[in-house]
Design a protein around this ligand. Structure first.
Ligand code: SAM
Length: 352
């Protein structure tokens, strides 16, 4: 009989994980792991890390609090044992973490699909090393093709041309298909939807329009600033007709739409207007080694203490399994204007 390490919160110890498919209280399996490798970012996107909050006084995590690459790789191996099939590195901005390709090289042999989400600012320089280390694909966030709008949204005066160049470099290195994430905020960049679709039609890259979400507690989210995905699809379809396409796999976040004229596809991520909690298979590992079972969580489960106290792989596996088995969250299904005001962890910390 394996020993169970009690969970720090003082709840009763969970049963030892006996193997097989891991399911939570709603029958959802754990297939994806998002790893936040840093809570820092060189952008100050207005909807994510507003400059008024994340200013020079903001206390980012000290180095000692952050999981090392060795610690991340060890945990990732345990997650893969537990059924994770896809790992996404994120943050903060993952490419501001020094030598990230070293971590990629440590994760690649685990055999899970390995991807990265980035703002693209440092990608052109690192794409080759990341690909050589075993990264399979990248998702690049890009909110506008209009330079002034883009600079205003990233609030770091970063030019759009450099991100476009990074997308080309990533594609040339084989980090394909490149996915492009566009957060749509009404009155800020929604005038760019059709232009964005036009830019990526027929390119082999896939643009996904994301509904602006009430993540964290600092972005001042309002429902009237959300552009529903249905409207995005309607606007694009009025120019180039779209038809729904089948999901690539169960639990896929984006709904896929195919151009009738064969110019590829676009995706929409409708976390606000069409919650997909019931098919959510994602676990998140924060920069300092806490587990979160929901992007909108208010607290996590500390794994780092266990790790640094010398726990065995079995003990850590049991702890992760227990967290997942107890999972009941479905925030996006119960979101109201009131819940949006609740104090939630910031996306830059938990990993987007
Ligand atoms: N720095 C990287 C990047 O820019 O892609 C990775 C982290 S970022 C938090 C991950 C994704 O979350 C980005 O595509 C970003 O646009 C999206 N995001 C951040 N805040 C959001 C919000 N309030 N609503 C919707 N998407 C958001």
């Amino acid at each position: 009989m394996k020993k169970v390490i009690p969970i720090a919160s003082g709840r009763a110890p969970a049963p030892v994980f006996a193997g097989g498919e891991l399911a939570d209280t709603r029958g959802r399996a754990m297939h994806d792991l998002r790893i936040s490798v840093t809570d820092r970012c060189n952008f100050r996107c207005v909807y994510c890390m507003p400059r008024e909050v994340f200013d020079s006084q903001y206390r980012f995590l000290p180095q000692s609090a952050i999981l090392s690459f060795e610690e991340i790789a060890r945990l990732a191996g345990i997650f893969v044992d537990l059924g994770v099939r896809k790992i996404r590195l994120t943050g903060g901005e993952p490419l501001v973490r020094r030598d990230l390709h070293r971590l990629v090289a440590m994760l690649a042999p685990l055999g899970a699909e390995l991807t990265l989400t980035t703002n693209g600012s440092l990608l052109a320089k690192q794409a080759r090393a990341l690909k050589a280390a075993g990264l399979q694909r990248v998702t690049v966030s890009l909110d506008s093709l209009d330079d002034a709008t883009f600079r205003a949204m990233n609030d770091a005066d970063f030019p759009v041309a450099r991100v476009l160049e990074a997308i080309d470099v990533a594609a040339a290195e084989g980090l394909t298909p490149v996915k492009i994430n566009t957060v749509v905020k009404r009155g800020v960049n929604d005038q760019d939807i059709v232009r964005m679709a036009e830019r990526w039609r027929g390119s082999g890259h896939i643009v996904r329009f994301i509904e602006y979400m009430d993540v964290g507690s600092s972005n001042g989210w309002r429902m009237d600033e959300v552009v529903p995905s249905a409207e995005v699809v309607r606007r694009i379809s009025a120019r180039w007709p779209l038809v729904p396409a089948d999901a690539n796999y169960g639990g896929e976040v984006a709904q896929r739409w195919r151009y009738v004229d064969g110019a590829g596809e676009v995706g929409v991520i409708s976390s606000v207007t069409q919650a997909f909690c019931s098919t959510c298979t994602r676990m998140r590992l924060s920069t300092e080694g806490s587990l979160f079972t929901c992007l909108f969580a208010q607290s996590g489960h500390d794994l780092k203490s266990l790790l640094r106290a010398g726990a065995s792989d079995d003990a850590i596996r049991n702890e992760i399994a227990a967290v997942w088995q107890r999972r009941a969250d479905r925030y996006s299904e119960i979101r109201t204007a009131e819940t949006a005001k609740e104090r939630k962890v910031e996306m830059s910390y938990i990993g987007g």
